[in-house]
Design a binder for this molecule. Structure first.
Ligand code: ARG
Length: 580
């Protein structure tokens, strides 16, 4: 709608001798179409011109703005309401929507700005669990959205591949690994390698409770790893590679792609520089033998180095801030990490501030809530009754299985049910993750999310498929959606849909600014619902020759609703289907 608002603002600006730019964003929708199609509140102008808003609204109503697509301006209190010349507006609106072709929704709003997005970032030697879904998919959707809005995006997978925990793991592997045959053959030959590794780790921790000397042994292993000891390095490397390959299988399935995979280990020899800078600036303090930065009264100190000299997750994060800034000179650096790590990021950002780093106020924690699963009639946080983490792959498999059952029930003769069930099932999981604002907790209800009814990904998929079907059929009937110029789109419902579609690029820009994919998902639900209202009242294809022009226009509209839905689903990371 912005193009149209800009034109009205320019006309007002010229007529009243004011700068039109601030007026462009002032418009709103009248509560009732009877009042007009676009409302302009006169409060801002009132301030500038020092006249009452009611008076200004009256003045605007009396002006001739010289816009052929505006048929009438009326004053209603402090508002000037613009009524559109329907034919003219529809024509121009359709042309505008078509102007970016298949790229509809994209813009150049963020051109020249760089966004670093830290997402997924799982720990190696662990499974990708269901709680990783949120960071992974929200982050991927943000990356897609920022790109569509014209920004340069660097998506980073900040792999958890370093830390004293790996000393314990290596120690456990050395002690018990041969019992499971884990040290005898390459990990890649073992399907259960991660599970077995986790088991060893747990066993180590249990035994260390009664045998504190084990901790010293683990520390020694970590030192070996740090010092580049051949065996320690080789085992760590194998675990890292193997984990990454397993992660990749899930990433491929979810359509997730990173620009950079930079693990915490990468910062091993970059931390000393940052620690030296802390020291130099007098920020490093001793506290209970550890080195810390006092970040403030109300938050605990930020730990830089432990008693035994080892560094921490936070130390590596601080080194990563510097590396990202030096490398990409970002405008924003987003950490798509659960809200539970809020304190960590508050500390981290404060330390960056204290260091006087220019990038400090460009760091953002794009926090999200927890995902709860149904366990025995209650909601639990990603764990089964036995306390095992729920694997992301299993959740995807279940969703696909459910989707397949629903699909086959609707249509037993469905072609290629595997591929379709995969897209619907995985898409449903993704959509459920992104439907509400990210900070909200999600109750993950498999039954509900694969349903074609309600506000689900499956419903949007199905709506998209219906558009594709309708257009295919009309093509066989000899219609061409490219032929319609839009002049027949004059009903209220036509206008509502056109106005809704025109917002798409603005919606994408706002979703980028707020790093909030749900702005796109909610928009798509709105478009689908506006179309269903439309469809209930208007016949799209009318074969009577006297209605050929109207049919062409309506098909043109359907075609652009289709593109909007398709592009929107893709932004969220969902694969839109053309048939099911
Ligand atoms: N590996 C961490 C975890 O699993 C998440 C890392 C998030 N990114 C960061 N730069 N701290 O909790």
């Amino acid at each position: 709608m912005r193009t149209f608002q800009r034109r009205i603002a320019a006309a007002i600006g010229a007529a009243l001798g004011v700068d039109p730019a601030p007026l462009e964003s002032q418009f709103s929708t009248p509560p009732d179409r009877k009042l007009g199609d676009l409302a302009f509140p006169c409060f801002l102008l009132s301030k500038e011109l020092k006249r009452a808003p009611v008076q200004i609204a009256g003045e605007l109503a009396a002006l001739d703005l010289g816009l052929e697509w505006v048929s009438e301006v009326t004053a209603a209190g402090p508002y000037a309401n613009f009524r559109f010349h329907r034919e003219q507006f529809a024509r121009q609106a359709l042309a505008e929507i078509r102007s970016s072709g298949d790229e509809f929704g994209c813009s150049e709003a963020g051109a020249g700005r760089t966004i670093v997005i830290d997402y997924s970032s799982p720990n190696i030697a662990k499974h990708l669990a269901v709680h990783h879904l949120r960071s992974t998919m929200l982050g991927q959707a943000m990356a897609n959205i920022f790109r569509a809005a014209g920004y340069t995006v660097v998506g980073v997978n900040h792999l958890g591949d370093w830390g004293t925990g790996f000393g314990k793991l290596l120690c456990a592997l050395e002690r018990y690994g041969s019992e499971d045959g884990l040290t005898e053959s390459p990990l890649s030959e073992r399907d259960d390698a991660i599970t077995v590794l986790n088991g060893l780790y747990t066993r180590f921790n249990n035994e260390a409770k009664d045998h504190p000397e084990l901790d010293d042994e683990a520390r020694a292993w970590f030192q070996r790893l740090e010092a580049g000891d051949e065996l320690a390095r080789a085992r760590w490397k194998e675990i890292r590679q193997f984990s990454l390959a397993r992660f990749q299988q899930v990433y491929d399935r979810l359509g997730v792609k990173f620009d950079e995979v930079i693990g915490e280990s990468f910062f091993e020899d970059r931390m000393p520089v940052v620690i030296a800078e802390l020291e130099e600036k007098g920020l490093l303090e001793e506290s209970e033998d550890a080195q810390v930065v006092m970040v403030g009264e109300d938050i605990p100190p930020f730990l830089v180095r432990k008693k035994d000299g080892t560094t921490l997750y936070g130390t590596r994060d601080l080194a990563a801030v510097k590396q990202r800034w030096d490398t990409w000179h970002f405008d924003r650096c987003l950490y798509v990490v659960d809200a539970g790590q809020g304190l960590h990021f508050r500390q981290l950002f404060t330390v960056a501030q204290m260091l006087g780093w220019e990038c400090a106020d460009r760091l953002e924690h794009s926090a999200f809530g927890v995902m709860r699963m149904q366990v025995d009639g209650g909601w639990a946080k990603g764990r089964t009754r036995e306390g095992h983490v729920v694997l992301l792959e299993d959740v995807l498999d279940h969703a696909v299985e459910k989707a397949r059952a629903v699909l086959l029930e609707k249509n037993p003769d469905i072609e290629d049910p595997d591929a379709i069930a995969e897209a619907v099932g995985v898409g449903a999981v993704i959509f459920s993750d992104m439907k509400a604002r990210r900070i909200k907790d999600v109750n993950f209800d498999l039954e509900k999310i694969v349903s074609f009814e309600g506000e689900t990904g499956a419903y949007l998929q199905n709506t998209h498929v219906r558009f594709c079907g309708l257009l295919r059929k009309s093509e066989r009937q000899g219609f061409d959606p490219a032929a319609g110029a839009g002049a027949a789109l004059t009903t209220d419902e036509d206008l509502t849909l056109l106005q809704e579609l025109l917002r798409f690029p603005e919606v994408v820009e706002r979703a980028a600014e707020e790093a909030e994919p749900s702005i796109v998902s909610q928009y798509l639900l709105g478009v689908a619902s506006a179309f269903n209202t439309y469809y209930a009242q208007h016949r799209v294809v009318d074969e009577a020759p006297e209605h050929a022009a109207r049919t062409a226009d309506r098909l043109a509209l359907v075609d652009r609703v289709r593109v909007t839905l398709r592009n929107g689903l893709r932004l969220l990371g969902i694969t839109p289907l053309e048939r099911m």
